[in-house]
Design a protein around this ligand. Structure first.
Ligand SMILES: Cc1cc2nc3c(=O)[nH]c(=O)nc-3n(C[C@H](O)[C@H](O)[C@H](O)COP(=O)(O)OP(=O)(O)OC[C@H]3O[C@@H](n4cnc5c(N)ncnc54)[C@H](O)[C@@H]3O)c2cc1C
Ligand SMILES: O=C(O)[C@@H]1CCCCN1
Length: 388
């Protein structure tokens, strides 16, 4: 008789890898299946850097981040790898911004420290930024940069260390639900007591045959890098913080790290694409308009950068209408667990996502209120609303 796994996880992005790690650590015999050869740059988790911050509009993420930091610290300790670099995080917006008001409330509610900067402080502290006089900011002192590629590798290494098995270059092509789920891949067939689906932008393709069509939009994001006129003007080693402009659509920046002398500044939106054709016509057309807009933005607000991008890469978000994740069971097949819709902000939270999905899979009481993450919230289609 074929071996029956305790758990099979589909998708070795940061969410699947962190979830597989939690399962293995909790004693589940777990298999992690990935369609592409690892590592790859065709999903949402590649690249050298991501923002980590507690400054969230939504209170539930500000709370969850209090637990995410210590897990990141454990992963660093256990792998002997530095993943987190503290830079502080600057959240800017016009003075009237309700998003900043709400972020202050979330941080205060979570007992986290922060600093309020009025326009004059902003000018004094960050002379290389240029914002109108009616702008203000919040500084989140714990925010920083996560070394994304390395973090992904660390979770996969720890998963293997705890007895997990990884099969890459195997695409899941069919799922037969049941008390024991049968997972057919391009190379093999596996049986499992629990199936966890973390397919990133491919969610729609994997969930539709299981009778689920949550409102998910895979979008292409242009990852834009800008050369500093004077090297190190916006560098991590000079203490330049991670940056989010909360005017909608958001813009965000990370100090130069992956390419010396080059600052990463992106637009938090992009054209809806098919993940199997990310850089096809739909993606490239939308990209040109975004690049033009970002050139204007750089000219206005980052006077120390050349206003034409030096490097362009691409990545994908999988957006829900309310930008909250979906972390839930399949309503009909209770041993199929779903983690999708990370809406461009899931990396920093992956350690807690992994813990929660592991709790669901193991029939434990989840550590957090799962209401914001339920599939059923989409019965009445929510209106799009950027929150961050
Ligand atoms: C440009 C950019 C900037 C971002 N910035 C931040 C940030 O600053 N901070 C932050 O916290 N978050 C950020 N994010 C968001 C974060 O990176 C994502 O939320 C996170 O990486 C999502 O991970 P995932 O595992 O769900 O998806 P993915 O990384 O896409 O992983 C899903 C995996 O499933 C595999 N798969 C799919 N279908 C199948 C199948 N049928 N069979 C086998 N395997 C399959 C895919 O190949 C893929 O490897 C950013 C994202 C982007 C694109
Ligand atoms: O998750 C984050 O912190 C960033 C904020 C800006 C948009 C991209 N993601």
């Amino acid at each position: 008789m074929a071996e029956v796994w305790d758990a099979v996880v589909v998708g070795a992005g940061i969410e699947g890898s962190a979830t597989a790690f939690q399962l293995a650590k909790n004693g589940c015999q777990t298999l992690l299946v990935e369609q592409f050869p690892l590592p790859h740059s065709r999903g949402s988790s590649h690249g050298a850097s991501r923002i980590i911050r507690k400054a969230y509009v939504q209170q539930h993420y500000a709370q969850m981040m209090k637990e995410a930091y210590p897990i990141w610290e454990q992963v660093q300790q256990e792998t002997g790898t530095q993943l987190y670099m503290k830079t502080g995080g600057l959240m800017v917006a016009p003075s009237s911004s309700q998003q900043l008001d709400q972020t202050e409330r979330s941080l205060a509610g979570a007992g986290s420290e922060f600093e309020k900067l009025i326009s004059d402080d902003l000018k004094l502290r960050f002379p290389n930024l240029s914002f109108p006089a009616d702008y203000r900011a919040i500084l989140d002192p714990e925010a920083g940069v996560l070394k994304a590629d390395k973090a992904l590798r660390c979770f996969q290494d720890l998963f293997v260390k705890y007895g997990g098995r990884i099969r890459d270059e195997e695409k899941v092509v069919r799922i037969d639900p049941g008390d024991v789920v049968t997972v057919h891949t391009s190379k093999s067939t596996y049986k499992t007591h629990r199936l966890l689906l973390l397919p990133g932008p491919w969610a729609g393709k994997l969930l539709a045959p299981l009778g689920l069509q949550p409102p998910l939009e895979p979008v292409r994001i242009s990852v834009l890098y800008w050369r500093e006129k004077q090297p190190d003007t916006y560098a991590l080693k000079k203490g330049f913080p991670v940056f989010v402009d909360h005017t909608i659509p958001h813009k965000y920046g990370l100090p130069s790290l992956e390419y010396p002398g080059i600052y990463k500044l992106c637009f938090h939106s992009g054209p809806v694409i098919d993940p199997d054709n990310r850089d096809g016509v739909a993606g490239s057309h939308g990209n040109q308009a975004i690049v033009r807009m970002m050139c204007d933005y750089v000219r206005k607000h980052f006077p120390g950068l050349e206003s034409v991008p030096a490097i362009q890469e691409s990545c994908m978000y999988t957006n829900t209408p309310d930008e909250d994740f979906i972390l839930d069971r399949h309503p009909q097949y209770r041993n199929i667990i779903i983690g999708v819709g990370f809406s461009g902000h899931g990396f920093k939270l992956a350690p807690v996502v992994g813990k929660l999905l592991c709790e669901l899979a193991m029939d434990k009481q989840p550590s957090y209120d799962m209401t914001p993450f339920s599939l059923s919230r989409f019965h009445n289609t929510a209106t799009p609303q950027a929150k961050l």
